[in-house]
Design a protein around this ligand. Structure first.
Ligand code: ZN
Length: 314
């Protein structure tokens, strides 16, 4: 039976306190498994407000309605309001997800800082930030993290090496290349290892293979405008058309809040299509021992998202 791995990124303070508990309840109702990845340090989402004055921002706002989904307060953290420390103040919400039976891992320390800077930073900067998330995770959960998923699919070579040093055996830090219509550019895309500086890293990468909701909402695909009324049908058509293992990334701030009705349709639809809904750990177990391709670290763009991100090499 093919599997869909549900990888849930919690980016913000609000998403962690409201979106995560909502998703836990929704997943339990459906008997679906998933992995929650947490932002463990300060919430500087408000720095995004500065982008309001950059060209091109308004088209993005109208597409995903940032204020509606993130809330005005979230958009002020780090600017008009002090940045809350998510790990320090939301430990109970994170442990509640774990105690409900869900795998938990590291998303990032400070989402904005990581997403905007990691690509160009050196080993010392990268290790310092990753050590902070690692230590905070241990503080909250009382054990070592087993998995990771990079904020904004941004990494650098040192960060991949650090995952190995932490003993992280599987991680989801990049994306498979998608065509404009959302289908996979390479039908064989999926789990792989990364090679860097002549050596192969041991951590297995489980790339996201489907578009995210914020990448499709408001876009015209195959001559049809995707909105809240047909987004689930669009994604369900993709998984029906490509019956294979997939990794779907969702956000505590979106599917855990205003977009919950779309996620509800997805859960029902994927079940009806015969998919098993699993955590990253379960997916990893199902492929453990397979001979996986070793690929270089590469960057590229995806339809519906601006800027380069870690993309599985062809
Ligand atoms: Zn994120």
């Amino acid at each position: 039976m093919p599997q869909i791995t549900l990888k849930i990124d919690a980016d913000t303070y609000r998403g962690t306190r409201q979106g995560v508990p909502n998703l836990v309840q929704q997943l339990l109702r459906h008997g679906a498994n998933a992995t929650f990845l947490f932002s463990l340090g300060p919430d500087h989402t408000g720095w995004a407000l500065k982008q309001v004055f950059r060209p091109g921002f308004f088209s993005k706002v109208s597409r995903t309605s940032v204020v509606e989904h993130y809330g005005l307060k979230t958009l002020m953290y780090g600017t008009l309001l002090p940045a809350p420390d998510i790990g320090k103040t939301c430990g109970d919400f994170m442990r509640a997800a774990r105690d409900a039976g869900f795998e938990c891992g590291i998303h990032t320390w400070d989402h904005r800082v990581w997403q905007d800077h990691v690509r160009a930073r050196d080993a010392a900067w990268t290790q310092n930030i990753m050590q902070r998330s690692y230590a905070r995770f241990r503080e909250i959960f009382g054990h070592d993290p087993v998995t990771h998923g990079a904020a904004g699919w941004q990494m650098n070579e040192h960060a991949f090496v650090q995952l190995d040093k932490f003993g992280i055996t599987y991680s989801s830090d990049g994306r498979a290349l998608l065509k404009e219509d959302g289908t996979l550019a390479d039908p064989a895309a999926g789990p792989h290892r990364l090679g860097t500086n002549g050596s192969t890293l041991s951590c297995v990468q489980l790339p996201t293979t489907l578009p995210t909701l914020d990448e499709i909402l408001g876009r015209e695909i195959n001559g049809k405008l995707i909105d809240a009324s047909n987004a689930a049908a669009f994604l369900l058509a993709l998984t029906k058309q490509q019956p294979r293992d997939h990794v779907f990334t969702l956000h505590a701030e979106l599917e855990g809040q205003k977009l919950a009705p779309i996620f509800e349709q997805l859960l029902l639809g994927w079940r009806a299509q015969g998919y098993e809904l699993v955590s990253m750990g379960e997916y990893f177990q199902s492929i453990e021992g397979q001979l996986l391709p070793v690929l270089p670290i590469t960057w590229g763009e995806l339809p519906g998202r601006s800027g380069d991100l870690i993309l599985q090499a062809a």
